[in-house]
Each structure stands twice: as structure tokens, then as C-alpha cells.
Design a protein around this ligand. Structure first.
Ligand SMILES: NC(=O)c1ccc[n+]([C@@H]2O[C@H](COP(=O)([O-])OP(=O)(O)OC[C@H]3O[C@@H](n4cnc5c(N)ncnc54)[C@H](OP(=O)(O)O)[C@@H]3O)[C@@H](O)[C@H]2O)c1
Length: 323
């Protein structure tokens, strides 16, 4: 890869997935512009500055997703952009527009327009399985894949604001890609877990903490399978570097029910108060091993669920998030 293609921007670099992506990009010799919301907050910066290669090849930028100029500064000079920054909140919110929809949708629009303006070659957008399901009218005998889209009206009626934010943000990304002739590829991860790099947990690791403490929520409209932080970061790099990669890429080790995941956590960690849940927690979801088929065709080998759980729980223990 030519040198200029090795300068890339990671929005949301401070987050749990973003930090893993910055780590792998630095390991692969990239120079990275990573964005944070507050440069003065060490919980957003210190773990990134401690990464190998960071001293010479990492630059941090303070951005606000609603401030177009802050994005232009972070992206200037870059050949590639990985757009991860987006609020990831699955609990109830008071003001969905302000807390989730605006930063996700307007933020994506701003990042892509800024990327076009500064001449970026390829943008990788982090969407989610939340832009694939819930999709109640999808045929019951057909496996959900990249052709399947979350039902926007169902989300509005049921207050699924995070799913709505990811779906409308991804749709906005595809619209801009077409209007502007911008090269965009999308990764749709499931519930992402593993070893945590930042000192703060994201929503999916918090979900695991609650489960270990006996939480009985089944995430009926949200869960579709899990993925390892490292695999999600790898998937981003794979679709960035592989010019034949196009469209959406479902990134889950397998399509599975939350009940399967919970049963495995209980088996591996009987010392915690993991509840017994029904195995079919996502009505109508067909389980398959090769949900991430498109990524596998690009060379991806997914870390299996058992290892994802072990890596995540051991990290929670060693970092003091659980005792
Ligand atoms: N976790 C999952 O299971 C999962 C699954 C599928 C997709 N995703 C997607 O993956 C991406 C990263 O999520 P994550 O799990 O790594 O969560 P995270 O740790 O909470 O990271 C979110 C990142 O977005 C940044 N951000 C949020 N709102 C922002 C705003 N208004 N302006 C600028 N930056 C903002 C945060 O910055 P600060 O650190 O400065 O607050 C942080 O870097 C998100 O797009 C999320 O929707 C996550």
C-alpha cells in the first residue's frame, strides 16, 4: 500500500471498539488521526497514547459530530476514514433526538461530507446488526443477512432509539455515497465484547456485567450474535484494504440467540449468579454458523463465542470492573 494510503482517521478512537482499531492500525504501520470528544479528559486519551507506535504515529483531535469544521480538521490529509463515533446507548434515553439520533445521523452526514471535501479515497462506516434486526416482516424461513434492514416504524413504535439511530445513520451513509460518488463500505457488528482497552466500559460490556450480576433482560429486539473486539477491528481493516469489498458486512461469529450466549457464560463461570433463560430469546431468528460469510470470503476467521466470553470476563476481572 502506498504511503499516503497509510494516513487514516478513526472517529470514536477513544471508545472500546475504536481503541482496538487504533491499536491494530498502528501495529500495521498506519499513521492515525483518532478523535475524542474532550482532549483534556485523560479517560479518553491516556490509553491511546500508551499504545505501541502512538508516540510517533498517533495524533488526537477533539471533535463534535455536529461541528463540521472540527471533522474537516481531523480528516484533512487522510486517505481513509473509519467512522465509529456514535452514541451507543441501549438503555432508555430522555431525549432520543439529542442523545442518539442527531449525533448518529447528522454526525454520519458531516463525516462523509467532510471526507468527500478533503478527497478521502474510502470510508468504512461502523453500522450494527441493529440496522439489520428487528425486521418483523423478514420471511421466517430465511436467514437474516446483509439484505435485511431494520423496520424503522417498528423501532419508532417500540422506542428502540439506538436501533433507529444506527439504521437511519447507515441509510444516510448510503445516500451520500451515491449522491457524492464516495467510496463507502459498511461493517455491521453484533454485540461486541472482549478485552477492554479504555478505562470505561461500552454498552455491550455493561450488558455482560449486568448478566454476571444476575440480570434477566433478554435483548429480544437487539441481540443477533456476538463478536470479539479484535475481530471487529480486523473486519474494518479487511474491508478498507480489500478494494473488492463492497456493501454491508455482517460481523458476528455466528447468528445466535442471547439464550445460547447466556448458557455458555453460566457454564464457563458458575461462580457468578448468571440466570437461566430460555434458549430461544430472539423469536424467529435462525441460528447459523456462517453469519459473517461475506467477511469469511475476504479471509476473516472469527474468534468463537467461548473465547469471546473468556477474554471479556477475564478483562472485567483484571481491570476491576467485577470482583
Ligand atoms: N458495542 C457494540 O456491541 C456495538 C455493536 C455494533 C456497533 N457498534 C458501534 O460501534 C461504534 C463504537 O461503539 P463502542 O461499542 O466502541 O462504544 P463506546 O466505547 O461508547 O464508543 C463510542 C465512541 O463514540 C464517541 N462519540 C459518541 N458520541 C459522540 C459525539 N456526539 N461526538 C463525538 N464523538 C462521540 C465516543 O467518544 P468519547 O470516548 O469521547 O465519549 C467514543 O469514542 C458505534 O458506532 C456503535 O454504534 C457497537
Amino acid at each position: 500500500m502506498a504511503d499516503e494510503a497509510k494516513l487514516v482517521c478513526v472517529t470514536g478512537g477513544s471508545g472500546c471498539i475504536g481503541s482496538w482499531l487504533v491499536r491494530l492500525l498502528l501495529e500495521r504501520g498506519y499513521t492515525v488521526h483518532a478523535t475524542v470528544q474532550n482532549l483534556k479528559d485523560e479517560t479518553e486519551t491516556k490509553h491511546l497514547q500508551a499504545l505501541e507506535g502512538a508516540e510517533t504515529r498517533l495524533r488526537l483531535f477533539q471533535i463534535d459530530l455536529l461541528d463540521y469544521d472540527s471533522l474537516v480538521s481531523a480528516i484533512s490529509g487522510c486517505s481513509g476514514v473509519f467512522h465509529l463515533a456514535s452514541p451507543c446507548i441501549v438503555d432508555q434515553v430522555h431525549d432520543p433526538e439529542k442523545e442518539l439520533l442527531d449525533p448518529a445521523i447528522k454526525g454520519t452526514t458531516n463525516v462523509l461530507r467532510a471526507a468527500k471535501t478533503v478527497g478521502v479515497k474510502r470510508v468504512v462506516v461502523t453500522s450494527s446488526t441493529s440496522a439489520i434486526t428487528p425486521s418483523p416482516s423478514w420471511p421466517a424461513d430465511k436467514v437474516k443477512n446483509e439484505d435485511c434492514w431494520t423496520d424503522v416504524d417498528y423501532c419508532k413504535h417500540n422506542g428502540l432509539w439506538y436501533s433507529l439511530s444506527k439504521t437511519l445513520a447507515e441509510k444516510a451513509a448510503w445516500d451520500i455515497a451515491q449522491e457524492e460518488g464516495l467510496d463507502v463500505v459498511v461493517v455491521n457488528p453484533g454485540t461486541v465484547m472482549g478485552p477492554v482497552i479504555p478505562p470505561r466500559l461500552n454498552a455491550s460490556m455493561l450488558m455482560l456485567v449486568r448478566l454476571l450480576q444476575g440480570g434477566t433482560e433478554t435483548y429480544e429486539d437487539i441481540f443477533m450474535g456476538c463478536s470479539h473486539f479484535k475481530d471487529v477491528a480486523r473486519a474494518h481493516i479487511l474491508v478498507y484494504e480489500n478494494k473488492s469489498a463492497t456493501g454491508r458486512h455482517l460481523c458476528v461469529e455466528a447468528i445466535s440467540h442471547y439464550g445460547d450466549f447466556v448458557a455458555k457464560v453460566a457454564e464457563l463461570y458458575p461462580e457468578y449468579s448468571v440466570p437461566k433463560l430460555p434458549r430461544d430469546t430472539q423469536p424467529g431468528l435462525l441460528r447459523v454458523k456462517d453469519g459473517g460469510k461475506k467477511l469469511m470470503e475476504l479471509g476473516m476467521e472469527f474468534i468463537p463465542m467461548e473465547q469471546i466470553i473468556r477474554d471479556a470476563v477475564e478483562s472485567l476481572k483484571s481491570e476491576g470492573f467485577i470482583s
